[in-house]
Design a protein around this ligand. Structure first.
Ligand code: URP
Ligand code: ZN
Ligand code: ZN
Ligand code: ZN
Length: 454
């Protein structure tokens, strides 16, 4: 036994218990009362603290070429920040190049991630091109341990409706789950051109060119096609009320439709785009009105939002400034990789949701939905990805106290009551009371199991 965490309150989604947790060779080997240490075991006293699974952030964009630049966190700084916020696995997007086999896409990004990652990581492949035999390379990627793909209905690399439909069909056949960024590209383009021609160029018009219905309509189409094929679908960064209602209905009808939302949609409203620094909040889909924010929280409580993830895609201030006088020049994306788990746990600590719910959304559901069998639960045989959480610790988020490489954060000044104090990645301490103590290259690629095909 290498590590024994004693006297903490263990949180899994179905239960709380006072128990010790033993770790050997990176795995949880025993959970129970009064476990005895062996000679060389390191003992950690977690009395009065919560002991939680490490979070799994299933939506990050590290070192991503986007918006005329590259996102500000690479695989090292991004995973370092993740570790310091209690996130022990990140799922990054490997974007296919045109004419590229999807396994090659994974290998190309893995070559960047492997030497840098400080916590474990997995990839979803962002599919752009399915001509010729490329569609069949989805099956090869599944066999390689990557059974999830993403399609974008927007951006210059987004796919057509027909390509999206073919990808859904293929996913059903090969046991993969398709994620979708759902917004209506055509309408965005029309509204954007109109506002620019009227000289309406501030960040507020980022929101105005992609209002609620632009997202809802695309949610509708995506859900419709998944239903017609009777296949599963995962909607990333859901941010609008009508979309939430469609997901609820689809679930009630028995369809396997999953929804993710992000902390920025749970915390802010569209009014941020009227601020002088509104461009710093520009992400797509944009943050919506208070009705949508409230609907997302209600859906979380009902169980209709399945996961919380970050869509972490930060840019530096000078890059956001490119769009000071033209919202279309603002690189899209915000930071949250270090904030997600602390934010959701603070919501639990404040009684807004339960700690079990926070763990379900940030750990267990992501592991279950994306076939990540070793992770997400505190149980014997799982990886020892463990967070110790102090419900009494106060923490104020500042850019300086974060462990990313960006120079500003939308979360500046937010007070959280309760904060992680230690993070273990496969039994190794990677974060200790405000300090990153891990190392680049520690993180491993997590290979996953396909879905059961019918
Ligand atoms: O604004 C965002 N979300 N940037 C990252 C790319 C995406 O759409 O997920
Ligand atoms: Zn997106
Ligand atoms: Zn994203
Ligand atoms: Zn406090």
């Amino acid at each position: 036994m290498d590590l024994l965490i004693k006297n903490g309150t263990l949180i899994n989604s179905k239960e709380n218990s006072r128990a010790d947790i033993a770790v050997e060779n990176g795995k949880i080997t025993a959970i129970g009362k009064d476990l005895q240490a062996k000679e060389k075991t390191e003992i950690v006293d977690a009395a009065g603290k919560l002991v939680l699974p490490g979070a799994i952030d299933v939506h990050t964009h590290l070192a991503m070429p986007f918006g005329g630049t590259i996102s500000a966190d690479g695989y090292f700084s991004g995973t370092r920040a993740a570790a310091c916020g209690g996130t022990t696995t990140v799922f990054d997007f490997a974007l296919q190049d045109f004419n590229e086999n999807l396994v090659d896409t994974v290998k190309r990004r893995d070559a960047l991630a492997a030497p840098e990652a400080a916590v474990d990581y997995a990839f979803h492949v962002g599919v752009k091109d399915v001509h010729g035999d490329l569609l069949n390379s989805m099956t090869e990627a599944v066999a390689y341990g990557v059974p999830s793909f993403k399609v974008f209905m927007v951006y210059d690399f987004g796919v057509t409706d027909g390509v999206f439909y073919q990808i859904l069909e293929k996913a059903k056949e090969c046991g993969a789950l398709i994620s979708v960024h759902a917004e209506n590209k055509e309408i965005i383009n029309v509204l954007t051109e109109r506002y620019l021609s009227q000289g309406k160029t501030s960040a507020w018009y980022h929101y105005k060119s992609r209002p609620e219905f632009v997202e809802a309509e695309a949610d509708y189409r995506a859900i419709k096609w998944a239903k017609s094929l009777n296949t599963s679908l995962y909607i990333v960064h859901l941010a609008n009320k009508e979309g939430v209602e469609m997901v609820t209905r689809a679930k009630e009808e028995g369809y396997e439709i999953y929804a993710e939302t992000c902390p920025q949609y749970l915390h802010f409203t569209k009014e941020v785009y009227k601020r002088e620094d509104g461009r710093n909040f520009v992400c797509s889909p944009p943050i919506k009105g208070a009705e949508s924010k409230d609907a997302l929280w209600e859906a979380i409580k009902r169980g209709d939002i399945d996961t919380i993830a970050t869509d972490h895609c930060p840019f530096q201030s000078y890059e956001k400034d490119w769009g000071k006088d033209d919202f279309t020049k603002i690189p899209n994306g915000c930071a949250a990789i270090e904030n997600m788990y602390p934010y959701m746990l603070a919501a639990a600590n404040a009684g807004k949701i339960s700690f079990q719910k926070a763990v379900e959304l940030c750990c267990e559901n992501p592991a279950r939905i994306f076939g990540c069998q070793e992770k997400g639960f505190l149980s014997v045989g799982k990886d020892a990805d463990i967070v110790i959480y102090d419900t009494n610790k106060d923490f104020t988020i500042t850019c300086e106290s974060m462990h990313s490489d960006y120079d500003h954060t939308i979360w500046e000044g937010l007070n959280l009551h309760g904060y992680p104090v230690q993070t273990y990645s496969r039994g190794r301490l990677v974060y200790d009371k405000g300090e990153f103590v891990g190392e680049a290259g520690w993180g491993k690629l997590v290979k996953r199991v396909p879905r059961v095909t019918s």
